[in-house]
Design a protein around this ligand. Sequence first.
Ligand code: PBG
Length: 325
Amino acid sequence: MPFPEVRPRRLRRTPALRRLVAETSLEPRRLVLPVFAREGVSEPIPIGSMPGVVQHSRDSLRRAANEAAELGLGGIMLFGVPETKDATGSCGLDPDGVLNVAIRDVVGEVGDALPVMSDLCLDEFTDHGHCGVLTPEGAVDNDATLAVYAEMAVAQAAAGVDVVGPSGMMDGQVAVIRQALDAAGHQDVAILAYSAKYASAYYGPFREAVDSSLKGDRRTYQQDPANADEGVREALLDVDEGADMVMVKPALGYLDVLRAVREAVDVPVAAYNVSGEYAMVEAAAANGWIDREATILESLTSIRRAGADIVLTYWASEAARLLRG
Ligand code: PBG
């Protein structure tokens, strides 16, 4: 009997053989680009903690959206950075608020060629930085926040968005948003629910990206990183409430949750490769400690392999160009 009898290396010998047996593929259509629209600027502003990412002006946002469409990306996810914030985040409801304007601009630019998605949350708009409105004692008021989310969803739908992305982790948010959208005649606007969203230190750079003034933390509404089963429960709840797609966030530290959610639901599953995950790779690469492009593609492939149909990543456009070769 020759030894070894089984030689897995046979199928790794050439690039063509490796391509033949690859279990996971990464295509531009799987990638969604998150972008920041900043009010009142005529030039894009770099975000120090996220090298290569900017707060967009209206013009630069349109250009980024066009480029995303040309690259065949899966979508673009819009975040707003307003000039002024208040306790209830009223800018999010204002049809002329920065995010709603950005939705109209981008939809006007790309039409149906690129799905346009919007963050549906209050943290970018509140002066205290929490994802909801507060009780007099300073707690995040779940049910009062739901009423605001419902209005916000309708405002975003009226601006022309294809998909809303509720990310505030309020209980019942998907059901309330679905109901409000339907009642306003927006039956065709889809919901991408941030279902298993963890209270993560990996969101650090994002706070700079949206000029967040948050003090304290979000642990009374975002999930404890210790819990995986709870992430599945949250995803099932959201599907039950009418989510068209669910998301796990962050991605790389939560690949087990992603796999478990993938196995539990029958809707498309997204994962968000968040700001801190981006910043770590960029920082290491800037120091020459890591091969930047290889690490980007390996990270995104790993997220796909774990079960994500869709990956939100700040590298979406660049990765699409790398994949095209
Ligand atoms: C909340 C929201 C956050 C992110 C996306 N949506 C911040 C938070 O929950 O604290 C983080 C994204 C990232 O870190 O890249 N609207």
